[in-house]
Design a protein around this ligand. Structure first.
Ligand SMILES: C[C@@]1(CC(=O)O)c2cc3[nH]c(cc4nc(cc5[nH]c(cc(n2)[C@H]1CCC(=O)O)[C@@](C)(CC(=O)O)[C@@H]5CCC(=O)O)C(CC(=O)O)=C4CCC(=O)O)c(CCC(=O)O)c3CC(=O)O
Ligand SMILES: NC(=O)C1=CN([C@@H]2O[C@H](COP(=O)(O)OP(=O)(O)OC[C@H]3O[C@@H](n4cnc5c(N)ncnc54)[C@H](O)[C@@H]3O)[C@@H](O)[C@H]2O)C=CC1
Length: 191
């Protein structure tokens, strides 16, 4: 069976500068899901044209819109770049420029030109689950996201908060703490 070897990490996008190149449908989709998961993300968008929905979204978040065509200089200070223009040559140029500067890049319409994929994301309070199909079926990632949004109870965050409080009260060395926390939560995974 094929296997997904991608390594998920949970980025503090508040501390990072994300650049989205393009202002069309795909740019808006990527921005929407980025802000849904990380409303405090720092985002810059560069495109000669932006959709109205993008302009509205940008007002709610920390999003700077620049009306211009892509130039290499816009990469300066950016940690992650998402290329979504409808001109394949521009997207490939962005990929090359990012590679040359060791920046993480995602060419949305072109999986081989992605260092990372955006995922389906479920957020319930402090709990977050990210889903990837290895780039094979974004629709499946979306459906799984919807499934988990429905089945994971809203009060999962209470469990996390209570355990965080309990964790602070446990005395003893590291091993003893781990044992107590494991004992306390055993019933969660027992059939
Ligand atoms: C590889 C990847 C790269 C990247 O973009 O990061 C990628 C690539 C492509 N997407 C395409 C199409 C669609 N994308 C969606 C939706 C989402 N796409 C997302 C991620 C990813 N999309 C990455 C892989 C993720 C993984 O590993 O599973 C999600 C999860 C996250 C997000 O966008 O933030 C978000 C759902 C969010 C949610 O709902 O929670 C839908 C569904 C819909 O809109 O209903 C469709 C239409 C139906 C279809 O085609 O499946 C096409 C074809 C373009 C064409 O045909 O022209 C390509 C290019 C290709 O595959 O070659
Ligand atoms: N990964 C994904 O989820 C999907 C990817 N795609 C692909 O993504 C690409 C873009 O699709 P759409 O957003 O629907 O196109 P679109 O036509 O709505 O948007 C393209 C945007 O790129 C901008 N642009 C053009 N030249 C530019 C330049 N030199 N510098 C900066 N911005 C520039 C345009 O002004 C426009 O805002 C297509 O190639 C499509 O095949 C399409 C659907 C899903």
């Amino acid at each position: 069976m094929e296997r997904n070897n991608l390594y998920p990490i949970f980025l503090k996008t508040k501390n990072l500068n994300v650049l989205i190149i393009g202002g069309g449908f795909v740019a808006e989709e990527k921005l929407t899901f980025l802000l849904k998961s990380s409303p405090d993300a720092h985002v810059t968008m560069v495109s000669p044209m932006f959709r109205e929905g993008t302009v509205e979204l940008s007002k709610k978040g920390c999003v700077t819109l620049i009306a211009d065509v892509y130039r290499n200089s816009y990469l300066e200070g950016k940690h992650m770049v998402i290329a979504t223009t409808d001109i394949p040559e521009i997207n490939i140029q962005v990929w090359k420029d990012c590679r040359a500067q060791a920046k993480l890049v995602n060419v949305a319409d072109n999986p081989p030109y992605c260092d990372f994929y955006m995922g389906g994301i479920v957020t319930k309070g402090n709990v977050k689950i990210a889903i990837s199909t290895n780039g094979k079926s974004p629709t499946t990632a979306k459906r799984l996201r919807q499934f988990f949004e429905n089945v994971i109870p809203e009060n999962i965050d209470d469990l996390v908060k209570n355990l965080n409080e309990y964790r602070k009260t446990i005395k003893g060395n590291f091993e003893e703490k781990v044992e107590k926390l494991n004992e306390f939560t055993k019933s969660l995974v027992e059939k």
